[in-house]
Design a protein around this ligand. Sequence first.
Ligand code: FBP
Ligand code: MG
Ligand code: MG
Length: 343
Amino acid sequence: MPYDRQTLRQFLLQQYRTHGVEKDLVFLLEDIATACREISFAIRNGAFFGQLGSADTTNVQGETQKELDVFANDQFVGHIRNCSRVAALVSEEVEEVIWLKDTVAAGDYIVYFDPLDGSSNLDVNLSVGSIFSIVQLPEAVEVGDDKSVLRPGTEQICAGYSIYGPATTLVVTLGHGVHEFVNHLGTGEFRIVSGNMRVPEDSNEFSINASRYGDWDQPVRQYIEECIAGESGPRCKRFNMRWSGSMVVDIHRILTRGGVFLYPVDQANRGSGGKLRLMYEANPMALLIEQAGGAASTGEARILDVVPTSIHERAPVVLGSRTEVDRIEQHHRKEHDPAVSDG
Ligand SMILES: O=P(O)(O)OC[C@H]1O[C@](O)(COP(=O)(O)O)[C@@H](O)[C@@H]1O
Ligand SMILES: [Mg+2]
Ligand SMILES: [Mg+2]
């Protein structure tokens, strides 16, 4: 990788100069990047090889925590708490809100994160990642008032993810486009590899866990059947399918070459409102996709407009190329009003 490429710090300082991004947010993002580098280092060094099994603890989702889930969570908490402007943390791996300050002022930050995404891929050495979202409080709140961290995705000022794959990448938005960095093992620096990522409007690639076909509602089933029908079907073109088992990997592919990612609510997960979590999976990915020109929906409404009622709530997720998301939303509308045309 050429050394002349901008480092993460140079990029963030440029955002500070050109877009008035706060210096404290620059430092917070550097702390998050450090946590990601530590997690990547541990994975690469096989720190958990032979221990990739469970940590014999269960998280609030009822999932058995992996050793690496706990390690990754500790890295995030440990590095983020360096920033004195962070009032509270919401982690997939911790049931309650983690309050970090004695008093919380307007302008303080809340950080929501999924310390290790794609945990089921760990045992088989496939790419996993971390996801984060930052909100700035418009007003002072009471420490311990957990309801005050239930902010809609529209209030995010920053979102991103890291992938621990063949390379360690960090993808972020501060509200001015989406930018990709790769970690240079020699120097440990994140250097920019792609500024202003764009999701192509059209696509012929969908991403869904097809083993749940039998559980899908009509609108999703119709959309997938149209894709699979290929040239002789209503879409008159062939579609390809990809499903990695790690949301970070599937969304990165869509930010890189387009496509649509679906994890809908279905017969089997309706009771819990879907599979993926709104605050630290759906919201950050929705902001990134929208910032890159794509669309992000529950199938019925814009994900970023969803008003959360609990910190670990789940949501149906449809993200990616605008044409595909619009079509899936149209199938949902038609289910409520048969008069709606196929278009
Ligand atoms: O096991 P399934 O149904 O394929 O679900 C895979 C999805 O679950 C997740 O692994 C959930 O995330 P966590 O690993 O953080 O719990 C997503 O990354 C992925 O998109
Ligand atoms: Mg996850
Ligand atoms: Mg996780």
